[in-house]
Design a protein around this ligand. Structure first.
Ligand code: AR6
Length: 231
């Protein structure tokens, strides 16, 4: 929400350079707002046409499974619009399950500008990518590769040439990337979700038994990747 964003901005002023964030801690208590944070988009639900009800169930199920294993780290589901259907579905379902709203919440904003425009400090962002791990193609993938600059493509190639669906790879972002210097993002985790769009490769033709299994694997792989950074 806007008020959350404002609160974040106020308490994060010390992070201007983002290279070596100073901990804004008082005494021994470390503020949750400086905790390691993963911002992630809803995987597969736009260009890949995955059903929103099913996807929201899976997001909440996986967040519930991981959120308490991650120490003080936070998970944030992001989308561009205040009217995002996936954000409202997930918010409602997470509230029903009493998931700690300090450790998991939704946020409206461009995932490549969460700090500069929203005041939300996220050291890791997830990308809903394509199997070739290539820039472009629209959606969040085009936005992240474009905001990160060419070093993300190079750093990604070092890790993998392609990705199979349900898998994620962690890519450390070179400090020369504007996403690192301007937004404080140190890692991008590429995730490939299941595809229900006949115009895209490997369409599952509405097979939601397979599709849900792959989407669960995708979130497990994403959150395991984030856990490996936090540790
Ligand atoms: N910031 C935050 N959220 C965003 C942004 C952004 N800049 N852009 C989109 N979203 P999509 P998919 C949200 O289509 O369905 C790509 O072309 C969007 O509203 O990006 O997994 C790849 O190359 C939605 O909630 O990913 C693949 O080929 C979510 O991000 C294919 O699309 C995911 O939407 C992947 O399709």
């Amino acid at each position: 929400t806007q008020s959350h964003a404002t609160k974040e901005k106020d308490s994060n002023q010390v992070f201007e350079s983002c290279e070596e964030p100073k901990m804004a801690s008082v005494g021994c208590s470390i503020s949750l707002e400086n905790a390691p944070t993963l911002a992630f988009p809803s995987i597969s639900t736009a260009d890949f046409h995955f059903n929103l009800e099913k996807a929201s169930d899976i997001i909440v199920e996986k967040v519930e499974e991981y959120v308490n294993k991650l120490g003080n780290a936070r998970l944030v589901l992001v989308d561009l619009s205040q009217n995002s259907k996936i954000l409202s579905l997930v918010r409602a379902k997470a509230a029903e399950k009493n998931i700690d709203s300090k450790k998991f919440f939704t946020f409206v904003g461009n995932i490549t500008k969460l700090y500069s425009e929203g005041g939300l400090h996220c050291n890791v962002i997830a990308n809903a990518t394509n199997w070739r791990l290539k820039p472009g193609g629209g959606g969040v993938n085009a936005a992240i590769f474009s905001a990160a600059g060419p070093t993300l493509e190079t750093a990604t190639k070092v890790k993998a040439e392609s990705l199979s669906s349900g898998k994620a790879i962690v890519v450390p972002l070179p400090s020369s990337s504007p996403l690192f210097s301007g937004e404080g993002v140190t890692h991008v985790i590429h995730v490939l979700g299941p595809n229900m769009n006949p115009q895209r490769p490997n369409c599952l033709d509405n097979d939601y038994v397979k599709g849900c299994k792959i989407l669960r694997e995708a979130y497990s792989s994403l959150f395991d990747g984030f856990a490996s950074i936090v540790r």
